[in-house]
Design a protein. Sequence first.
Length: 404
Amino acid sequence: MLQGAQVVPDSGDPPPSVGPDVGLLLALARGTALLRAGSLNEAEHLLRTAATLAAGRTADAALLDALTMLGAVRAAQSDFHGVREYVERASAVAQRCGWTETARATYLHLLGGWAERAALHDTASRIHASRASALVSGRDDPTVQLGVAALAAASRFDGDGVLTDVDRVHRLWLTAPADEHIASDAVAVLAVADALIAHETGRRDRLREISEAARERLGSAGEVLVVAAIHALARGQRRQAVEALRAVADGERPVVLELNRVYAEMLLVRLHAEAGNQHVALRRLASVLDDAARLGAARPVVDVGGQAVLDLLDGKFGGWGRNEALVEEIVRRARASAAPTVALTQRELDVLCELPTLKTVEEIASSLVVSVNTVKTHLRSVYRKLGVASRRDAITEARRAHLL
């Protein structure tokens, strides 16, 4: 999901004759333009150049922008390991400069929230969503505004199944004016997510709207077929759904985002598992797990899998090779979803997420821009709610309760 006004793409390295400050600005501007144009490799080269120049000249604002946009490149590639790496580096700059809670960090929190959600780190994702929601304004690019609203809605829906925010995002992306440019990757994310939720909640009329909007905005992209397949499933047309999903999963119909191809294959896994086609389901599930590990995105397995897929994972427990740890995490998530949750406030969650870093109370206070006494108050409340008396036990219990 890209940020800022549209600019005309320009390629190539900064001319060798320009000074370092001008070269930095040119590399950053051209890299951002190429990112918007979809030239990801060229954009990454120039943005890395900009980051190197900015770091060398202690140009922190430019460094933050370059690292954030490098995170956006990784997001466009569905490389959520890479997104998290760049978000972590950019966050260190923002924290050092006191920008973590300013508008300058809005897009940083947006990227971080989606990356953490893809990796099933829901607490960290909710924290990013909360901070992005507090910082976003009407002056931000329409794609960023929509992305923040969608992240907040997804976080709330995952947590308690509330559809109010989901309905709002549905209306926002379907009714966005033609002159209000929404980046295609944002549309691709929203179309598939909106369709999955509509199917899960039995809203067949909404699926028709989503299908039409996806065709209008994404043309022949594979995401259009994924939405059409979900619509076909809602109508009981399983064979048509399987054919559409297979075309996307096998790469016959290119997608805007690689993550959505994984969603397509995961839907196929579930359909084959429910139909008793165990061999095909297991083969495709192994492929999905490889992709999930490579991209840092197990979210499709959790979002789409269902009981039939959980049974497959359980049935081959101990036999998933290099993906065994990932399978254990997915199964643990599925088991924990039915367990009672611990109700922590947003600030308590903020403090809880700092505990595994081994920061001192003073360092946590500095990171969260609050007083030491405030951190201690939140810590006491966290310990009480988790039923523990130490930091180590709090971390252990929070992980067991899927709060970390």
